[in-house]
Design a protein around this ligand. Structure first.
Ligand SMILES: NC(=O)C1=CN([C@@H]2O[C@H](COP(=O)(O)OP(=O)(O)OC[C@H]3O[C@@H](n4cnc5c(N)ncnc54)[C@H](O)[C@@H]3O)[C@@H](O)[C@H]2O)C=CC1
Ligand SMILES: O=C(O)[C@@H]1CCC=N1
Length: 278
């Protein structure tokens, strides 16, 4: 994303971020990079890290304020396991004009609605951590109470930190979570595993780690900047009878990487469904 191309992020009123851990913090960083007014942000987190406390203080963002102006947007970014307790606290700050946006894996619109005042406008989303650098991707679904203005506001908030896709079928959210929500971890593990494989092939550990990280980052950037489909980029690397072909014969075997990723995405999809059952 080129931040220069994005309009300055403006809000109609305060935004309350509930939970500023890895993902809530990534979103916050993304919004601040886009120029969101820090005086419009409240953060509630009972166990803020030292870095978070320092960062919020330096930016003039209220952490765990004793009182607040009624927020226009509440963004829920706590662990799914504490959803019901968090909703009880959040409900105090929700009225008919408040939009509640959830990023919780598994938490359905129905489960969110059950813990909030009746007819609350709710949007369930699944972002991912590259949002911290404006390169996330977020999938969203709204309940029937969300107005066109609130939908546009939610789009604006999440587009500020990357790409956005709206869906109409909530059942897709579990697979979305498995592919793009968890996906960055698979890519980071690829870099870890490639480095370890390099060590086994004789490279010094530091050089192997440097080569693996630079290769994963560079390949992702090449795909991003050229907009070329991955299959073409893969073929561009693969000389007939060469080294890449030798490696891909193993990775593309019936029990190779695609088989593993299919099993991994299935496991994550099922876990997302389980989280939804509480
Ligand atoms: N980490 C990721 O890549 C992604 C996470 N998510 C979702 O984001 C949510 C948060 O995940 P992470 O940021 O990874 O977890 P985390 O553990 O880093 O952050 C959770 C934060 O909530 C705070 N917290 C605990 N109880 C609270 C309360 N009662 N009120 C307010 N804050 C409270 C914790 O102190 C912590 O800072 C989860 O529901 C997860 O499913 C969604 C997409 C990607
Ligand atoms: O691992 C998790 O449950 C969360 C949801 C997607 C990424 N992290």
């Amino acid at each position: 994303m080129n931040p220069g191309k994005k309009a300055q992020l403006a809000l109609p009123g305060p935004l309350l971020l509930v939970g500023a851990g890895k993902m809530g913090g990534a979103l916050l960083n993304g919004w601040l990079r886009l120029g969101l007014d820090p005086s419009l942000i409240y953060v509630v987190d009972p166990q803020p890290s030292f870095e978070l406390k320092t960062d919020l203080r330096d930016r003039g963002i209220a952490l765990n304020p004793a009182s607040m102006v009624q927020p226009k947007v509440v963004l829920l970014a706590v662990k799914p396991q504490i959803l019901s307790g968090a909703l009880k606290a959040v409900a105090l700050h929700v009225d008919k004009d408040t939009l509640v946006i959830s990023i919780l894996a598994g938490a359905t619109l129905g489960a969110l609605d059950a813990g909030l005042p009746s007819r609350t406008a709710i949007i369930r989303t699944m972002p991912n951590t590259p949002a911290a650098i404006g390169r996330g991707v977020t999938v969203m679904i709204a309940n029937a109470e969300v107005s066109p203005e609130q939908r546009a506001l939610a789009s604006q908030l999440m587009e500020a930190v990357g790409d956005v896709a709206w869906i109409g079928d909530e059942a897709l959210m579990d697979a979305v979570t498995a592919v793009s929500g968890s996906g960055p971890a698979y890519v980071f593990f690829l870099a870890e595993a490639l480095a370890r494989a390099g060590v086994k092939a004789g490279l010094p550990p530091e050089l192997a780690a440097q080569l693996a990280s630079a290769t994963v980052a560079g390949a992702g950037e090449l795909m991003h900047r050229t907009g070329t489909v991955p299959e073409t980029l893969r073929k561009n690397v693969t000389s007939p009878g060469g080294t890449t072909a030798a490696a891909l014969e193993i990775l593309m075997a019936p029990d190779g990487l695609e088989w593993l990723l299919t099993a991994a995405v299935k496991a994550a999809t099922e876990r997302s469904r389980e989280l939804g059952k509480g």
